[in-house]
Design a protein around this ligand. Structure first.
Ligand code: ADP
Ligand code: MG
Length: 336
């Protein structure tokens, strides 16, 4: 099969990328120098970007459509955590000489599926050759009403902390790809790998949290690290209840078999769930929203005041099932 660089830049754009821009008139079928997009007067533009490099963020055997799903998915998760609705994205592709056309076809199909599911369009980008590894940079644009914008900075003492979905699955999926967790069934292992490779950005939830959430973030670095980001931006501390963590059946089994610890799940990244805080008197409204969206939400702790002189300590305390306090400073768990 011919390498895509033998196809030439314009043929690659025409064949693989232009069809993804067909729904957005302002993309001019990728035939002009830039796209022209409308922002309604009552909306603000939300912009985020992420890059992936083969060998670092994805591996050669990864299915190409899953590389696309993850790249677009992590950007859409950022939009979700800001309360925004997806509109468009640009894509910069750096293609090595030996990349085959079939790979690019799979990648474009992955983008196509995500566009249809989440309602956005490719509107431009750049295509270059590289002597280095295959890599992509994607920039996503979203729209949000000013009053619906979610930030990391609004958490208040007494707020309850919630997370959507389940915690730690993606980290276990990565372990499966490394040949671990052989005690789980094939179906469980596949499900965990999918959680790692194919995040499902919580856009419907993010779009409904205005007036409810005081602070929000998406879980990319692990629940403890991302909660710490909320704490730092809000000037507060947090108490997380390890026994309240929502776990998938597969994660529960891995835990029960002693293959992983709860700490592994709390510091594992890549889940792309939403983590947010609300006032306790909004719990009933949130429960209704959870039902309406069929989106599981679990209360996992509360926001507390930062104690004096604690500036250098980790702002997140984790309490285990025996009410012992675990400290997550210095990158690992240790008992007080
Ligand atoms: P210029 O040289 O003016 O930057 P290019 O030749 O790089 O234009 O690109 C031509 C058109 O194709 C532009 O509209 C650009 O946005 C689009 N394009 C190029 N590469 C990609 C890509 N990987 N994905 C989407 N659109 C692309
Ligand atoms: Mg260019």
């Amino acid at each position: 099969m011919a390498g895509p660089r033998k196809l030439g830049e314009f043929e690659i754009i025409r064949r693989f990328f232009a069809p993804l821009a067909a729904q957005e008139p302002g993309a001019f079928a990728l035939g002009d120098d830039a796209a022209v997009l409308s922002v309604p007067p009552d909306r603000r533009l939300v912009v985020t970007t992420d890059a992936v490099v083969r060998g670092l963020h994805f591996l050669a055997p990864d299915p190409p459509d899953s590389v696309a799903v993850k790249l677009l998915g992590v950007n859409l998760s950022d939009l979700a955590s800001m309360g925004a609705e997806p509109m468009a994205y640009t894509l910069t592709a750096a293609l090595p000489e030996d990349l085959d056309e079939g790979w690019l076809r799979g990648f474009a199909d992955g983008l196509d599926g995500m566009q249809r599911e989440y309602g956005l369009s490719l509107v431009g980008g750049d295509t270059v050759g590289t002597p280095g590894p295959l890599s992509f940079s994607l920039c996503a644009f979203g729209l949000v009403k000013p009053e619906a914008e979610l930030r990391r900075s609004g958490a208040r003492e007494g707020d309850r902390i919630y997370v959507s979905g389940t915690v730690g699955d993606a980290a276990l999926g990565l372990r499966v790809l490394r040949g671990q967790l052989g005690m789980l069934t094939g179906a469980e292992r596949q499900w965990l790998v999918d959680r790692y490779r194919r995040p499902r950005p919580r856009l419907a939830l993010g779009g409904r949290l205005h007036g409810l959430a005081h602070a929000a973030i998406d879980v990319s670095d692990g629940i403890v690290a991302d909660l710490a980001h909320i704490c730092e931006m809000s000037g507060v501390g947090a108490r997380l209840r390890a026994d309240c963590m929502p776990l998938s059946a597969a994660a529960r089994r891995a835990l029960d078999k002693g293959a992983v610890s709860l700490a592994d799940l709390l510091v594992g990244g890549d889940d792309y769930e939403l983590l947010f805080t609300i006032s306790p008197d909004k719990a009933a409204v949130l429960a209704e929203l959870s039902d309406e969206l069929a989106c599981p939400l679990a209360e996992i702790g509360e926001i507390v005041a930062l104690r004096k002189g604690e500036g250098s300590r980790h702002p997140v305390l984790v309490v285990d099932e025996e009410e012992r306090v675990l400290d997550v400073g210095g990158g690992g768990f240790r008992h007080f």
